[in-house]
Ligand binder design. Structure first.
Ligand SMILES: Nc1nc2c(ncn2[C@@H]2O[C@H](COP(=O)(O)OP(=O)(O)O)[C@@H](O)[C@H]2O)c(=O)[nH]1
Ligand SMILES: [Mg+2]
Length: 213
């Protein structure tokens, strides 16, 4: 989808005061360090190095904003329509206490107070989905029905087909119990599986009335 190809790095924030002014819809990518958030953004936008997929877990302690834009009809100008937001990962055992504190002030502060937050993609490793920190996030948003959730079960190339359908079925049942604002899908950033489904879901969040296409 052209909208996602338009993604460009916009800005970074190391603390809550550096966050850009809220306005256009924002889709945040949350999850444990190393779950594949950055890879997912790269695959979604078809840009190999947009959100640098670091091999060193827990290293990126910045919130990175990427703008999505479209051409204004009948002009050569472009306008921003939404942002993808790559959040620093949580719950990595080696993380030093001071980094943890910075993390909760920054990510916790962003997630709890951002008025333009349209949806959260919770990226999980299919081999160990729904870890305590994921559950915390799911819980936090469960009654906030204006914020959509997508549980992205990533690295599904690492599990057998039988396991895949089991994980998906269980997760779907839970999502339904929470409400219509929660959806779930299997994904592999490595094998680029589930990319179209991801794009469709995110587009429906940004543009529920189909005005952009
Ligand atoms: N097997 C497999 N590895 C993946 C997949 N997605 C990401 N990875 C790897 O997992 C590691 C962490 O990915 P990254 O995107 O940096 O995770 P982040 O910390 O959540 O941003 C990297 O070595 C990626 O190559 C996937 O779908 N399958
Ligand atoms: Mg990352």
């Amino acid at each position: 989808m052209a909208l996602f190809d338009s993604a460009r790095f916009s800005t970074s924030a190391a603390n809550i005061r550096q966050l850009p002014g809220a306005g256009l819809p924002e889709i945040a990518f949350a999850g444990r360090s190393n779950a594949g958030k950055s890879t997912t953004i790269n695959v979604l936008t078809r840009q190999g190095r947009l959100a640098f997929a670091s091999k060193t877990p827990g290293r990126t302690q910045l919130i990175n904003f990427f703008n999505l834009s479209r051409r204004i009809p009948d002009t050569k100008e472009r306008e921003d329509v939404a942002f993808l937001v790559d959040l620093p990962g949580y719950g990595y055992a080696k993380t030093a206490p001071e980094i943890r504190e910075t993390w909760s002030a920054l990510v916790g502060g962003y997630l709890a107070t951002r008025p333009s937050l349209t949806g959260v993609v919770i990226v999980m490793d299919a081999r160990r989905p729904f870890m305590p920190a994921d559950e915390w996030l799911i819980d936090f948003f469960s009654t906030k029905t204006h914020v959509r959730q997508l549980w992205l079960i990533n690295k599904c190339d690492q599990i057998k087909n039988q396991e895949k359908s089991k994980v998906l079925q269980l997760a779907k049942k839970r999502a339904q119990e929470i409400g219509d604002h929660v959806s779930v899908q299997l994904f592999s950033g490595l094998k680029k599986q589930g990319v179209e489904q991801l794009q469709e879901t995110l587009l429906s969040w940004i543009d529920p009335e189909g005005r952009l296409s």
